[in-house]
Design a protein around this ligand. Sequence first.
Ligand code: BDR
Ligand code: CA
Length: 312
Amino acid sequence: STPVLVDCDPGVDDAIALLYALASPELDVRGVTTVAGNVSLAHANRNAARVLDLAGARDDLPLVPGLTGPVARPARIPDEPIHGEGGLGGLDLPETGRVPVSGHAPGWLAEQALAAPGELTLVALGPLSNVAAMLTLHPEAGPALREIVVMGGAAHCQGNITPAAEFNFFADPEAARLVLESGLPVRVVGLDVTRAALFPLERADRLAALPGAAGAAGTLLRGFVLRYRERFGVAAVPVHDALAVAAVTHPGLLDFESGAATVECAGEVSRGALVADLRRPERTRAVRVALGVDAEGFTRLLADRLAGYADP
Ligand code: BDR
Ligand code: CA
């Protein structure tokens, strides 16, 4: 199985991505780091801890807090997040005794990478603040990673936080730029594919009827779909972060094009826009951007893995 580190800002789809990752035999989740994004860092920690409990993750699975905001700008947490009250859509998960380990995500991620050179895949599901800080503060650590898989960006489609930008890249554009320009092997799973692989209300309802963590996952997804329907009139949601994890478990679900990519940091109306130059793939191949997805394959896989939590 592939050893992974998951950096996240839960967030409904981050929570679902964690549940999916921890239920996937293809992965060995070695630790979870948190970053401010959908919610404040404090909320992200609390949500991540409660989701790890829900998934039945081992007590000593490292949970490491990271940056409280972007690397070069003041933090701006959305007031009315699509993720609902507290970031987990009002799902009332029990309080947790799980305490984040002391330490700071960038340094911890670097230690892990250097302790297992060439082995670890870092899956980044929030603003890229922790990842960028790791690359800057510990320049030897990036090349020790096997790969970085990023949920973020909109290459050929409209953004979700502005017409030009996807939320994670908009939230910390300097960080996103640094990661995409790092020259490291990066795969980008953005709105081009997450919006093409919508998880429908009926599947969420079926999950919500199951016992235990499967039912909780269904309730989360159901709330997410209902908020999404109210805002956009569509009764199906992109489960962005889970698709990024599926890019590691089932790479064949996605089609990628390679090239050079960067992120707009200075633009007045284009802040956070992913600018991917896929015209001459032979020139640079560092970044691969997902442009095609097997939508039915992904939603079925996700539903099956989440439903598995209902089995004793
Ligand atoms: C990304 O932004 C967040 O709201 C989601 O958790 C996901 O990581 C989608 O744009
Ligand atoms: Ca996220």
